[in-house]
Design a protein around this ligand. Structure first.
Ligand SMILES: Cc1ncc(COP(=O)(O)O)c(C=O)c1O
Length: 390
């Protein structure tokens, strides 16, 4: 017996592997990007109510109607065109399903998808599941900016789409208007579909505002906008995301979603419709709490000898470890991340994990810290990092 070749081209997720290692060694888990604090009460209550009530059967394939109505209202404002809940919205099982579904719906076998690196480790396997190839384009340190020349050099006759994640995991970048303008010009000139992963659109610092690329002139027709509830409401285990796109892209995405999952969990969609209707206070408070976490983690990592990039959005920082005062600073990032987990008790992800091309050149000497944690958890991580022995 043998598996399909499409499954043999990627390895097990290193991020999920680090979580398992963290559990084995009772490490503070700063590897996988999920909060260790509770979701807002309003969303939990709404879910319990929905389960006790009538929302326990399949709902409409493309989403529980009240949730689609709220999303259509929100995205009409965010994208600047009239989003029809019955045509343009598809609720899916997490952003991960949203991306895989979009790629299955929009790419043909052999097509190429441009991705930016460092980047989320799921993107390449998602392309491979669609029998397509992911072509990485480097975001160069220390600024991690989009370089139009590098984009241009990645194009071939098979290039069909570009996948952009902003705010960005793992660098914490929020791509700026001039970078998005260059990207707009690029995808138009090559007639590409733009797929955007905006899962961190609510987690921004220093007064930054999120700009959905699909709202920009020249991108409305060709952009598939993907977002999710997991990070914004601290419910990563609920597996809720959504895709917003114009026709004909939308219909193809809905069809793939239908036959792969039928629908996302109904009671959780009902709860999401309540949560998304919250007053803006919730978001302001959430941003303030993330600001405090960011300040604390920057201070902790600085004190421990790491050189961490100050995030503009999301809840990650890539931290250089070459200057920490310990022999392990000379190690490769994979060994270093495992040592930090098993011996120091703080789990992180090796920088090399966020690259598929020239991994040793770009991914060494850094590890990623995820800081969506209670302040007391961050302080415990600090205590442990202070035990690094020279
Ligand atoms: C950029 C990015 N996209 C997608 C995901 C996964 O989203 P979901 O849990 O909604 O599938 C993550 C999770 O860390 C992420 O960082």
């Amino acid at each position: 017996m043998y598996p399909a070749t499409r499954t043999t081209n990627f390895n097990q997720s290193m991020i999920r592997e680090m979580t398992r290692l963290a559990m084995q060694h009772d490490a503070v888990n700063m590897s996988q990007g999920f909060p260790d604090f509770d979701p807002p009460e309003v969303i939990v209550d709404a879910a319990v109510e929905a389960i006790r009530g009538a929302a326990n059967q399949y709902t409409v394939t493309w989403g529980y109607p009240p949730l689609r109505t709220v999303l259509a209202r929100q995205y009409t404002e965010q994208l600047g065109w009239t989003v029809d809940p019955d045509v343009h919205v598809c609720v899916v099982c997490g952003v991960t399903e949203g991306i895989t579904t979009a790629l299955l719906a929009l790419l043909n076998p052999g097509d190429e998808l441009i991705i930016l690196e460092p980047g989320h480790e799921n993107f390449r396997p998602s392309a491979l599941l669609a029998d397509a190839a992911a072509v990485p384009v480097l975001l160069e340190t220390p600024e991690y900016r989009i370089d139009p020349d590098r984009l241009e050099a990645a194009v071939t006759a098979r290039t069909r789409a570009l996948l952009l994640n902003t705010p960005h995991n793992p660098t914490g970048r929020v791509f700026e208007r001039d970078e998005l303008d260059a990207l707009t010009e690029f995808v138009n000139r090559h007639n590409l579909i733009l797929i955007t992963d905006e899962i961190y659109d609510r987690i921004l610092y220093d007064g930054r505002e999120h700009v959905s690329p699909g709202s920009l002139d020249g991108l409305v027709e060709r952009t598939v906008t993907i977002g999710g509830l997991g990070k914004s409401f601290a419910v990563t285990g609920w597996r809720l995301g959504y895709v917003v796109a114009r026709e004909p892209l939308s219909a193809a995405i809905r069809a793939v979603h239908d036959y792969s999952t039928i629908c996302a969990p109904t009671p959780l969609q009902a709860a999401a419709s309540v949560a998304l209707d919250q007053p803006t206070d919730y978001w302001a408070q959430m941003r303030e709490e993330y600001r405090e976490r960011r300040e604390l983690i920057m201070e902790i990592l600085g004190r421990a000898g790491f050189s961490a990039v100050r995030p503009q959005g999301s809840y990650y920082t890539m931290a250089g470890y070459r200057n920490i005062d310990a022999p392990q600073a000379a190690w490769d990032s994979h060994r270093f991340a495992r040592w930090l987990t098993t011996d120091i008790g703080v789990a992180v992800v090796a920088g090399i994990n966020f690259y598929t091309r020239d991994r040793e050149k770009h991914g060494e000497g850094v590890v990623r810290f995820a800081f969506a944690k209670r302040l007391e958890t961050l302080r415990e991580a600090s205590r442990r990092l202070s035990t690094i022995a020279v």
